[in-house]
Design a protein. Structure first.
Length: 251
């Protein structure tokens, strides 16, 4: 059973302020938990609460610290409407002291001021599918460790490295390493007519409603756009990111 204090602590981790104070975040749902327990992130596990059914199914994966909890208690404490599996409290990883060397990265993604947790989580899941190792987020982008983001990644947060950094600095860093920079924006060159070389590049995607600011577009080597064939006003940013990555991977 979850005590009142445990439930209160878990609920506090729904908010960024308390995640930072506790230096911890939540992982919920069967897929995320199983992948967590099978990964190196297991070493950062601080608590695991799961149903008896989950414990019986994954006995070989369970750490000594696990505790049995009812689905009702998990749903009351966690962020999922339905959770009959479990949730974990995991220590936040240390922040990188500086930007990484990206010379060996064939394709890198940068996100400017995304606000929707579902969009960020879906983009990270897509990045994982396309083998993207690094994703850079502007400081104003929704927090990676928001429970809704983690849930939407379907385990991708364990493999894709996410760094929050000033994107202007990231772009300049990439250009110094001879990595071409592509800004996705209206009015850019038709994506379908672009040829992307073996070097890959950094793809910069903007906010859901405002897109990319002009100063970031001006820093890029190229501005590209997904061609429109119908009457829709815009594409969802997660869909747009998937289209961009797919075209670049096929080149």
């Amino acid at each position: 059973m979850l005590s009142k204090n445990q439930q209160k602590f878990i609920r506090s981790l729904h908010q960024k302020k308390f995640r930072q104070e506790a230096n911890a975040f939540l992982v919920e749902g069967e897929k995320n938990l199983v992948e967590l327990l099978q990964s190196d992130w297991r070493q950062q596990l601080e608590a695991l609460y799961c149903t008896a059914a989950f414990a019986q199914k994954y006995t070989s994966l369970l750490p000594d610290i696990y505790q049995i909890a009812s689905a009702e208690a998990l749903e009351q404490a966690g962020s999922l409407t339905t959770n009959n599996q479990g949730l974990a409290v995991v220590a936040l990883p240390p922040k990188l002291p500086s930007l990484p060397d990206l010379e060996q990265a064939s394709l890198v993604l940068a996100l400017h001021d995304l606000q929707d947790p579902g969009n960020l989580g879906t983009i990270l899941r897509t990045a994982d599918w396309y083998g993207i190792q690094w994703v850079f987020c502007s400081p104003q982008t929704v927090d990676l460790y928001n429970p809704k983001v983690i849930s939407a990644t379907k385990g991708a947060f364990l493999r894709v490295k996410v760094v929050y950094y000033d994107l202007e600095v990231v772009i300049k860093h990439c250009r110094q390493q001879q990595i071409p920079v592509y800004a996705a924006a209206l009015g850019g060159r038709n994506l379908h007519t672009c040829t992307f070389g073996q070097r890959g590049g950094l793809v910069v995607v903007g906010n859901e409603s405002a897109g990319l600011p002009s100063y970031l577009c001006q820093l890029a080597d190229h501005t590209i756009a997904i061609p429109k064939f119908g009457q829709a006003e815009s594409l969802n940013v997660a869909v747009a990111a998937a289209v961009l990555l797919d075209n670049m991977r096929r080149s």
